[in-house]
Design a protein around this ligand. Structure first.
Ligand SMILES: [Zn+2]
Length: 868
């Protein structure tokens, strides 16, 4: 139990001269621990109902001036015999006063809670009036705008609330802002009053929503309005380039409209909120955030440049569909506790795939699903730091650490299997019943499994245990024997539990036999340790067998040495992009396991690129090529491959038929260029002395190019960055470059100082900038010098978790370790963990996830040097 006995008397000394608190008689009672412990949440959910907040805030333009607020909290209490804690993290000096029924109440402020003694509470209806100074931490204030980001339990870092997802409330918001500011909130605007220098706007009452979805955005925003499907949609943005806005706006509104329409038809439930406004936030921490009526998106993933790749267009459609699907999954029906946060994420991704598909008719969606989910899920699930989809959570202040690839990428794979297991129509019915039964309320994973269980004879509880309640993936192998005539005598599919606990991952797979001119696909239900496949007996023995021929099997697929050799020869000739994609992932796993030589993998990648017609697969290959080039090839091997690599990329860039393909090849060149010839050519392109036919370069592209040139450490590094900063027009981008410049300096002392400055939280405010700078600081070309940053970066991780947004600890670690592959770097990480047996388990997982490729690369390079 995380409850401390707290002496009020001790608090009184700490309180800053509040007469009413001082007047209270010293009394001892329990104050909940910091954060929102599960026990506190349960206790409050059992006592409180009919919750409403009326919130008024006076927001000054100057982000350093505190925001004054007043709030009326109304609720029905079933038990008034015990104290009641609201969550408010800013602390005692930020609470101005608390009134109950017009009378000043005494209260206690400790551990991020405001605690009211029972004498101020009554059974039945209660109303508290609290005046306070809002905390700034989750408000993202700048001189020009602010936006709230309260997920998962950060509303209480700004306002006094019951900060838990199952105390849904109706919010009424009034904001006073500088006169030229615009405001977006969850509900529609109701009244507006213009003063001399300020405007006061009040909004209608919201539907019942949890605190993590309560949101507002204010500031200098431009707005685009459109009518779609009888609904007014509004897009708020800060893009100064009118042509860019004009080029993107209709596509964005259409994607929103299509997503709403699909969700209404799939669920049978009309759009559940009063309006759909959305905001394109520059350098937003996430891809998007699903506040009803005030959805936030990362501006750069919606406002695309002319050179946008097909992946970027698909990514845009997916993120819009994802956030829209949340209006039903997460917003209308909310998880009871954040241990089920994955459910809303999986459904949003799962629905996004369904929504996006019809809009991209010429895309291979099976391949898209494979490439969008499996590599990222494996990236975590293959590591020693993996974890179950559903994780226990004792306190909401740890909720941020639940998010990651296991939720975003593995869970959709698992959900798709669940749909296959239950059947598409039955699945949809079960889901519809589940949403209707819990609308505007809360539900758990068990509620969904129960709803689906009514539509199937499968044992969903057993299935859920291995796929959802535990982490890891099975090792899948094929054993084939031939008879005397070279035909298949027997073929079996096996699965093994790498943890040695005998778990079985039930899944339908499609075994694919590859012959010279044809393939044979055999569906198999992999539900035991060994599944014999009698159907193929007597067939001619194939050139190779893939257990994941339809791209669906989930696991570490271990090919025989013969099959690996066959793939290294034949992969580019396999008949379909899906088969090539699935085989590519198998080979990539083999590379990481040390079963394929990095140089052979790199050479295969170049041959595959020459032949590959599918753009998605091309992009996957380019990404893995980049990774093998920087991470797995020793410097002499890298130098040996570089001329051929660059030559291939220039040639493919020259003959590519679409802008998006050209952009992908150019990005790969920019990232892997090392020879003087290519660097000179790229420098001339950056300087505007050369252009690339059919590839217009936007300000963003040129800036990335300047950064990549700078990290090569040629003598003109600092002048390139200085010139780049002078020519950038966009103020947000110019500020980003100014921030990054020292991290790229040719002078190691300047880079050291930049890293040292990150020790102060105020220098880590723009987290995407920090991650970008860290990745350049630890670039493979500078890895040797950068080894000194690894240990302090690890030492800062606990503080990063406390001060940063939820994805930041993982990004911090990823960026720190991304450029390293030496045994010494791996040893630094191992020693750090070994010295700390009591290190927080979730942070240990993050470190082990981020360090996985480093460990593998270090192992390979150690093995390589040991050879004669
Ligand atoms: Zn989401």
């Amino acid at each position: 139990m995380h409850v401390q006995l707290f002496l009020l008397a001790a608090l009184l000394q700490a309180a800053q001269g509040d007469a009413r608190r001082a007047a209270a008689a010293p009394a001892a009672y329990a104050v909940p621990a910091a954060g929102v412990p599960l026990s506190l949440a349960r206790e409050r959910a059992a006592r409180i109902s009919g919750l409403r907040y009326e919130v008024s805030l006076h927001i000054p333009a100057d982000p350093s001036t505190r925001i004054r607020g007043e709030e009326v909290v109304r609720f029905t209490l079933s038990d008034a015999s015990r104290p009641l804690a609201l969550d408010f993290q800013p602390g005692a000096e930020s609470v101005l006063d608390v009134d109950v029924g017009g009378r000043p109440a005494n209260y206690d402020v400790a551990n991020g809670h405001i605690v009211l003694p029972p004498r101020w509470l009554k059974r039945g209806e209660n109303a508290l009036r609290i005046r306070f100074l809002a905390g700034d931490a989750p408000l993202n204030r700048t001189a020009e705008y602010l936006y709230t980001l309260f997920v998962p339990a950060r509303a209480s870092a700004a306002l006094p609330v019951f900060d838990q997802p199952d105390l849904k409330a109706r919010f009424t918001l009034t904001l006073e802002v500088p006169k030229d500011w615009r405001i977006v909130a969850n509900a529609p605007e109701r009244d507006r009053l213009d003063g001399d220098s300020t405007t006061t706007v009040s909004f209608a009452e919201t539907e019942p929503i949890p605190t993590y979805l309560f949101a507002f955005v204010a500031g200098k925003w431009s707005v685009e309005t459109a009518q779609r499907g009888g609904r007014t949609l509004r897009m708020f943005h800060r893009e100064k380039d009118a042509t860019k806005v004009a080029r993107n706006r209709d596509a964005i509104f259409d994607l929103v409209d299509r997503s709403i329409d699909y969700m209404e038809r799939y669920t049978g439930i009309p759009f559940p909120f009063a309006k759909y406004d959305f905001v394109l936030v520059p350098s937003f921490q996430f891809g998007g955030m699903e506040h009803p009526g005030a959805i936030l998106f990362n501006a750069s993933s919606l406002m695309l440049d002319e050179s946008a790749t097909q992946n970027q267009k698909l990514g845009r459609a997916s993120v819009i569909a994802h956030e829209t699907a949340h209006m039903w999954f997460g917003d209308l029906v909310t998880m009871r506790w954040f241990d089920d946060v994955w459910m809303k994420e999986v459904f949003a991704n799962f629905m996004a795939a369904k929504i996006v598909n019809p809009s991209f008719a010429d895309v291979d969606h099976e391949l898209r699903f494979l490439l969008a989910h499996y590599p990222s899920a494996y990236e975590v699930d293959r590591t020693a730091g993996t974890h179950p989809i559903r994780q226990e959570l004792a306190n909401l202040d740890e909720a941020g650490q639940l998010y990651g690839a296991i939720i975003y990428q593995k869970a959709p794979i698992v959900m798709r299997q669940l749909e296959r297991l239950v059947g598409e129509a039955a699945f949809r019915e079960g889901v519809g019943e589940y949403l209707a039964a819990h609308r505007y309320g809360n539900a758990t994973w068990a509620d969904l499994i129960a709803a689906l269980g009514r539509h199937t004879r499968e044992n969903l509880t057993a299935w859920s245990r291995v796929w959802v309640e535990e982490g890891g993936r099975p090792t899948i192998r094929v054993t084939l024997t031939r008879d005397a005539r070279g035909r298949i005598a027997s073929l079996a599919l096996t699965q093994a539990d790498p943890a040695g606990r005998g778990r079985r991952w039930v899944q339908p797979v499609a075994l694919t036999l590859v012959y010279d001119k044809r393939t044979v696909r055999v569906p198999v239900r992999l539900d035991r340790a060994l599944v014999d496949v009698p159907a193929v007996r007597g067939l001619a023995a194939p050139d190779l067998v893939l257990p994941n021929g339809d791209g669906r099997a989930y696991g570490r697929i271990v090919l025989t040495p013969e099959d690996r050799a066959a793939l290294l020869r034949r992969l580019p000739d396999l008949p379909t992009p899906l088969l090539r994609g699935a085989a590519w992932l198998d080979l990539h796993d083999a590379l990481l396991d040390g079963q394929v030589e990095p140089a052979a993998f790199g050479a295969l990648a170049l041959r595959a690129l020459e032949r590959e017609s599918d753009e998605q697969l091309t992009q996957r290959i380019l990404a893995d090529l980049d990774d093998v080039f920087w991470r797995f090839l020793a410097p002499p091997e890298r130098a040996a491959l570089a001329p051929r690599l660059e030559d291939t990329l220039w040639r493919l860039l020259g003959r590519a038929s679409t802008t998006s393909a050209r952009a992908a090849y150019f990005a790969a060149l920019r990232s892997t260029a090392t020879t003087p010839g290519t660097l000179d050519r790229l420098t001339r392109i950056w300087a505007g002395e050369m252009t690339i036919d059919g590839l217009p370069l936007a300000e963003q592209d040129l800036m990335s190019l300047a950064l990549q040139l700078a990290v090569r450490g040629r003598p003109d590094t600092d002048s390139i960055l200085a010139a780049e900063e002078r020519r950038i027009h966009d103020p947000d981008r110019r500020a980003r470059l100014a921030f990054l410049r020292p991290a790229l300096s040719a002078d190691p002392a300047v880079r050291d100082a930049w890293f040292d400055a990150l020790r102060r939280p105020e220098n880590r405010q723009h987290e995407p900038w920090v991650a970008e700078g860290l990745a350049y600081l630890n670039h493979p070309l500078r890895a040797e010098h950068a080894e000194r940053y690894i240990r302090p970066a690890l030492e800062m991780l606990e503080e990063i978790r406390r001060t940063g947004d939820i994805f930041f600890p993982k990004r911090w670690m990823d960026a720190t370790l991304s450029g390293h592959s030496s045994p010494a770097a791996a040893e630094t990480v191992r020693r750090f963990l070994a010295e700390r047996p009591d290190y927080p388990p979730r942070l240990r997982q993050i470190v082990l996830q981020s360090a996985d490729e480093l460990f593998r690369a270090a192992r390979l390079s150690a093995a390589g040097t040991a050879e004669p």
